[in-house]
Ligand binder design. Sequence first.
Ligand code: SAM
Length: 267
Amino acid sequence: MHAVPGPPQPGLSAYNAIAAGYDAQVQGDDWMRRVLHAHYARVFTPGMHVLDVGCGTGIDALALARRGVHVTAIDFSGEMIAQLRAKLSCTPEAVLVEPRVLAIEDLGQLRGEHFDGLISAFAALNTLEGPGGFARDAADLLRPGGRAILHVLNRFSLWEYLGYLARGNSAAAAQVGRLRTREFTIGGHSVRHRLYFARELYESAFAKHFVLRDVYSLGALRPPHTVQRLPVPLVEALEWLDVRCRRWPLLRDAGRFCVLDLQRTPT
Ligand SMILES: C[S@@+](CC[C@H](N)C(=O)[O-])C[C@H]1O[C@@H](n2cnc3c(N)ncnc32)[C@H](O)[C@@H]1O
């Protein structure tokens, strides 16, 4: 018997290629991860079971496990999951984390399992063709009252806009916030990302089964780590402001990322 080839998975080679160096690559966004982890800590308590969607090398899964939360961590990249397994082989929290190679598009395979919460961080959802299928699967997999915390690339980034203006490229600046897709080069491969505004994403895909508990931006004021010529005290001050002002109306849609905190409604 021959295995039936599955549908092509754009981006898979890209993420496999960067898996070994991934943690070092994302270190510059540690400040943002700290905000996310504080959010998880407010919502998920020890003993809960959380699904980490597009878990990568498991940075968030391990942070949750350290707090006594059980995590099923899925990713379509076997290399990312291999990194996570290597970390688990030398950590006492290993017993709380179950890594699985699984595409987000195949989450339906988990039907019958029920989770108290779901997270998806650092743009794993931006590479999907659209959010509808994921939203339906998330609604099936979450218990009523369960929370989903989604951290996705935002369509408009104030720093990107200002960067183009500073370089005198007003045509590119005018496109920031208008483009719905963008190609990023990851591990030498071009990977298409869909860009969202948080409320629009909620209304279009999640409103039927979820209440929007919270929404905020990250990286509207704090410069990206790639901007290196600013003095550290200024960056720290902007980071402080970023975290405190992340729900302000004008800033809410101006971060590099936005965060949606959704609660599954009773069926
Ligand atoms: C930028 S990384 C983020 C990893 C992790 N969530 C984090 O916070 O560090 C995006 C991850 O999403 C995974 N991913 C992208 N598209 C996916 C898909 N369709 N199914 C499963 N995983 C996917 C990639 O393999 C990669 O590990």
